[in-house]
Design a protein around this ligand. Structure first.
Ligand SMILES: *[C@@H]1O[C@H](CO)[C@@H](O)[C@H](O)[C@H]1NC(C)=O
Ligand SMILES: *[C@@H]1O[C@H](CO)[C@@H](O)[C@H](O)[C@H]1NC(C)=O
Ligand SMILES: *[C@@H]1O[C@H](CO)[C@@H](O)[C@H](O)[C@H]1NC(C)=O
Ligand SMILES: *[C@@H]1O[C@H](CO)[C@@H](O)[C@H](O)[C@H]1NC(C)=O
Length: 471
């Protein structure tokens, strides 16, 4: 009896505590830059470094600088490739494990383009890259791995030798100042990504420098110092965002790891806006170009499906580019990017209904009718206004009307976020569809209604045409 009583009291207090959280919960919102990043939906990353030229590099390998010699390098061609699949920003691996730098650093560091015979030591891939980004209208960003630097003998943030550890710490910090200071030609990147993160007190002390010089850049895997501009990695390299997909994490946990080394993902009552990026490769599964791997270029069907499990699940897609030893994106990859861009465009080509800023009462169904069509396939796209309200929707029901009645879409009780793409479920194939209904059942706050950014229905018949093999 005593036990029951205790349980009851405990239950009531837990309930009260929970209701307290819900009613006082302040929904976190993105910064302007984070909101822009979500809106971009698709980005690119370029892996191009010593590994491109040295196939079998192993941890610790230091290869001669002159193996870097991309005689036909054209960063314009990279940008054309990225633009062809709709990327709005592009990241570049300016330092990646080998320690070789893509700009002629003035710091005390002799492993960069400056020490190669390529363009007589006067080449600067990073400067070319930024120039091309400006020319093609894409935002630029950097991927830099601090945790490994084989040139300096760094493995997991340490050299194991006090003297070289000091040098490593000092030179990395100087390179950060060189990149981001107010007179630097490389300043103001849209996006910075420190591969595998930064460990305070172990890594070079990058945090204060980023806070001082690059606080407008969004910072991926920058646990303690991203401030409100953080992002984290989704945890797989398959462009797959698990559902539900929440953008906010507990305070101080943006890109922090759990004791077993997994990055902490979002949760409904997280206090800090820190969404996930969904990255993947074009060649399965190579980040850097390697000879004789053309067979591994993904099919457009597979890439489109990855678009649907990333962008379609509220995440953003980051697709890799792997320029070859010429310094050019190979032809097979270029074709795949272009096909993907066209395939994505097909998904948005035939809207049958568009409703902007609809207001929905919580728990009350809203129906949109449209001109009936026989669907091979199609989609319902839902968007929340994240910039204005933060991420609110926790549970909803979506149905489509056919002559045989209303048919539910799968994955109910999930999140929407910036965008959710619901392909028509299998059992809608070839049925005539004439209306969509949506009921929002639960939010993370006690608001009685919500204004969504958009509810749209698309006809995908062209993409789903027999023989096209796209979806
Ligand atoms: C790498 O370094 C971090 C920080 O010191 C440590 O927590 C982690 O256990 C190390 N990992 C390995 C594989 O040694
Ligand atoms: C700023 O960057 C430029 C070029 O990257 C460099 O020449 C200059 O020394 C840097 N200034 C500081 C204070 O680091
Ligand atoms: C529409 O395409 C999606 C994505 O490939 C698929 O999961 C779904 O079953 C398709 N629906 C129909 C009606 O064929
Ligand atoms: C739907 O119609 C298309 C084209 O008419 C046909 O190829 C396909 O097999 C049909 N699908 C189903 C599930 O009946």
């Amino acid at each position: 009896m005593v036990n029951l009583h205790i349980l009851l009291v405990l239950g009531i207090s837990l309930y009260a505590y929970w209701m307290g959280i819900v009613s006082t919960f302040k929904v976190p919102k993105p910064t302007k830059t984070q909101a822009k990043w979500l809106d971009y939906e698709v980005g690119a990353i370029v892996h191009f470094n010593m590994q491109t030229f040295n196939r079998y590099m192993k941890p610790g390998h230091v290869v001669p600088v002159d193996t870097f010699n991309p005689e036909e390098l054209s960063t314009d061609q990279w940008l054309e490739a990225a633009k062809s699949f709709g990327a709005k920003y592009i990241l570049f691996s300016i330092d990646h494990f080998s320690g070789f730098l893509m700009w002629p650093t003035a710091t005390d560091y002799k492993y960069s383009v400056k020490y190669t015979k390529w363009r007589d030591g006067k080449g600067n891939v990073l400067a070319d890259f930024i120039k091309s980004c400006r020319k093609y209208g894409l935002e630029y960003g950097y991927f830099y791995s601090v945790h490994n630097n084989w040139y300096m003998g760094v493995d997991n943030y340490t050299t194991g030798v006090p003297a070289t550890q000091e040098y490593y710490k000092k030179v990395v910090e100087e390179q950060m100042r060189e990149l981001f200071n107010a007179t630097s030609p490389y300043k103001d990147p849209f996006y910075i990504w420190f591969d595998a993160g930064i460990v305070p007190k172990v890594s070079p002390d990058i945090g204060p420098i980023i806070r001082e010089l690059a606080s407008n850049s969004i910072c991926d895997e920058c646990p303690t110092f991203s401030g409100n501009q953080g992002l984290h990695w989704v945890g797989n390299e398959k462009a797959f965002a698990p559902l539900p997909q929440w953008y906010a994490v507990p305070k101080g946990k943006c890109s922090e790891k759990t004791p077993d080394g997994k990055i902490i993902q979002g949760s409904p009552y997280g206090q800090l806006f820190c969404p996930a990026n969904c990255d993947t490769v074009i060649r399965e599964h190579f980040w850097f170009w390697q000879p004789d791997t053309e067979y591994s270029v993904k099919s457009v069907r597979r890439l489109l499906s990855e678009y649907l499990t990333s962008v379609g699940h509220g995440c953003t897609l980051i697709l890799n580019l792997n320029p070859d030893t010429r310094g050019l994106v190979p032809e097979e990859d270029r074709k795949a990017y272009e096909k993907l861009g066209k395939a994505i465009a097909l998904l948005y080509k035939d809207p049958v209904k568009k409703s902007f800023k609809p207001r929905l009462k919580i728990g009350k169904k809203k129906i949109w009718k449209f001109t009936a069509f026989r669907s091979l396939n199609g989609s319902v796209i839902l968007m929340e206004d994240i910039e204005r309200y933060g991420q609110l929707v926790m549970k909803y029901e979506l149905k489509l009307k056919t002559k045989d009645g209303w048919i539910s879409t799968p994955e109910l009780g999930s999140t929407i976020g910036h965008k959710r793409i619901h392909p028509f479920p299998k059992d809608l194939a070839n049925k005539t569809v004439s209306a969509v209904s949506l009921r929002i059942n639960k939010l993370v706050t006690k608001r009685r209604s919500i204004v969504l950014r958009e509810v749209s229905v698309y006809n995908w018949n062209e993409a789903a045409k027999p023989g096209k093999n796209l979806i």
